[in-house]
Design a protein around this ligand. Structure first.
Ligand SMILES: Nc1ccn([C@@H]2O[C@H](COP(=O)(O)OP(=O)(O)OP(=O)(O)O)[C@@H](O)[C@H]2O)c(=O)n1
Ligand SMILES: C[C@](O)(CO)[C@H](O)COP(=O)(O)O
Length: 391
C-alpha cells in the first residue's frame, strides 16, 4: 500500500499573494485540485494525507470532498516548516502503508506516470526522488557574494517531488532529524543523513514548484497546451485461423469452452486473442505476434494467450499508447458461444486495463460454408483503436 503525503500547509510568501498559493486558481480550479487529481491518477497510490494550516483545514477538507476521490484521504495539521508538516503526517499514516511518497501541493504539473515511476524505484531501492539535470552553471559563493567554487554540472540535479521511501526508513530519518535538530529542505536529505542511498528518477522540467508569480503564468501555458493537444487515434486489424482437433482444449478469449474438439497450436491456440493482439500491434505499427512471440520459441509452448495479451498491452504502454476499443468476431459453426462472450469481454478488458464497455466480442457461423462451416477450424477477426498518451 502506498500513501502520498501532499504538503499544503505553507503560506506562499514568495508568491506575494494574500491567500495560500495552493488555493490560487489555475486553469479554472485551485492549484491543489490539479495536484490531488494527478496523485490519484497514479496506479500505485492507495491513500492520501494532506497537510493543511489550522485555519485552512476546513477549506481543504471541502476541496478534497468535492473531488469525490476513489481512495481514502485525511487532512492533518501542518507545522511551521514543511519538514514539521511532513513529520505530523507521518504520525497519521495508515498501518498498511509500506511505501510513503511525499509531494508538494504546489507542484500541480507532475504527471501520474511520474508518481508510479518514483514509487516503483522506492520499492526497489527504498528511497527515490524525481529530479532533472540543472541547465545553468551553478556557483558557490561566500557570504559576501564572492565565488568560491564551480561544481561540475554533470553531477548536479534539480530535485523535485514526488520523493518516495520505504516507510520505516523515512520514519527513522525523521526521528533522527528531530533528535539532532536538523532542518532540511527536502525529505531525501533526512534519509541521506542515515547513510541510506537515494535513487534519482528522471523528473520533468514541467514539474515545477509554483513559488513566484511568473511560475503561475508558466503553469497556465503548460495546462492550456495539454488541454489543446488532441490524442492521435490509430486503428489496426487482426485475423487468425486455427484447426479444430481432438484432445486439445478450446480456449477462446481466455475462456475454456466445453467442446469435444480444441484448437491446435504452439500456444494455447486462443484464436480470438491472437487476432486481438495482431490488431493492437498493427495499430501501434509494431508488427505482429509472430514477430514478438515466435512459434519456434520454446518459452511460448502451451502459454496462455492471456499472458501474451498483457505483454502486448505493456508494449503499447511503453510506446505511449492506451487502448481505446476492441471489436472482434469469432467464426465457428460449433459450439454455441453466446454464453461465454461476456466472460471473454471482461477477460480482454482486464488484460488491457480498460472498461468492459470498450470490448465487443461477437460470434457467427458461416451457414455451413467453408472450413469454419465444416467444423474444420475456427477463425477470428479483430479491430482495435488505440490513442497516444499525452505528455
Ligand atoms: N510549513 C509548511 C511549509 C510548506 N508546506 C508546503 O510545502 C510545499 C513546498 O513549500 P514552499 O514552496 O516553500 O511553499 P510555501 O512555504 O507555501 O512558500 P513560501 O516559502 O514562499 O512561503 C508547499 O506546497 C507548501 O504548502 C507545508 O506543508 N508546511
Ligand atoms: C522538496 C522540494 O520541493 C524539492 O525541490 C523543495 O526543497 C521544497 O523547498 P521549499 O523550501 O519548501 O520551497
Amino acid at each position: 500500500m502506498v500513501c502520498v503525503i501532499i504538503a499544503a500547509a505553507g503560506q506562499g510568501k514568495r508568491m506575494g499573494s494574500t491567500v495560500n498559493k495552493v488555493l490560487l486558481p489555475l486553469a479554472g480550479k485551485p492549484v491543489l485540485a490539479h495536484t490531488i487529481q494527478a496523485v490519484c491518477q497514479a496506479k500505485a497510490v492507495t491513500s492520501i494525507i494532506l497537510t493543511a494550516a489550522a485555519e485552512e483545514t476546513e477549506k481543504m477538507s471541502m476541496l478534497l470532498a468535492e473531488l469525490n476521490l476513489s481512495i481514502p484521504w485525511q487532512v492533518v495539521p501542518g507545522g511551521s516548516e514543511r519538514q514539521y508538516s511532513i513529520a505530523n503526517a507521518l504520525q497519521a499514516l495508515p498501518p498498511s502503508a509500506k511505501i510513503v511518497a511525499v509531494h508538494d501541493g504546489a507542484r500541480p504539473l507532475a504527471g501520474p506516470g511520474l508518481f508510479d515511476q518514483v514509487i516503483e524505484a522506492a520499492r526497489l531501492y527504498q528511497a527515490a526522488v524525481a529530479a532533472v539535470p540543472v541547465k545553468d552553471t551553478i556557483k558557490i559563493t561566500d557570504h559576501s557574494g564572492w565565488v568560491t567554487d564551480t561544481p561540475e554540472r554533470s553531477t548536479l540535479w534539480s530535485v523535485q517531488t514526488p520523493q518516495a521511501f520505504d516507510r520505516q526508513l523515512l520514519a527513522s530519518a525523521y526521528e533522527l532529524a528531530a533528535k539532532e535538530g536538523y532542518l532540511g529542505t527536502d525529505d531525501a536529505s533526512l534519509v541521506e543523513r542515515l547513510g541510506a542511498r537515494v535513487k534519482v528518477v528522471a523528473g520533468s522540467y514541467q514539474n515545477m514548484k509554483l513559488t513566484t508569480p511568473e511560475d503561475l503564468h508558466f503553469a497556465e501555458t503548460v495546462l492550456a497546451k495539454r488541454q489543446a493537444a488532441k490524442p492521435v487515434i490509430r486503428a489496426g486489424i487482426g485475423y487468425d485461423v486455427h484447426r479444430l482437433v481432438p484432445e486439445r482444449r478450446l480456449i477462446l478469449g481466455g475462456v475454456a469452452v466445453p467442446y469435444e474438439l480444441g484448437l491446435a497450436g504452439h500456444s494455447d491456440a486462443d484464436v480470438l486473442l491472437h487476432a486481438v493482439k495482431d490488431a493492437l500491434l498493427g495499430a501501434a505499427g509494431l508488427g505482429d505476434i509472430g514477430k514478438h512471440f515466435p512459434d519456434t520459441d520454446e518459452r511460448y509452448k502451451g502459454i496462455s494467450s492471456m499472458k501474451l495479451l498483457a505483454e502486448v498491452h505493456k508494449l503499447l504502454n511503453n510506446h505511449g499508447y492506451i487502448v481505446n476499443n476492441i471489436d472482434a468476431t469469432i467464426v465457428a459453426q460449433k459450439p454455441k458461444l453466446a454464453a461465454y462472450i461476456a466472460q471473454m469481454n471482461s477477460n480482454i478488458a482486464a488484460a488491457l486495463d480498460i472498461d468492459v464497455t470498450q470490448v465487443n466480442v461477437k460470434a457467427t457461423t458461416t451457414e455451413g460454408l467453408g472450413f469454419a462451416g465444416q467444423g474444420e477450424g475456427v477463425a477470428a477477426y479483430a479491430t482495435a483503436t488505440i490513442a497516444s498518451v499525452q505528455a
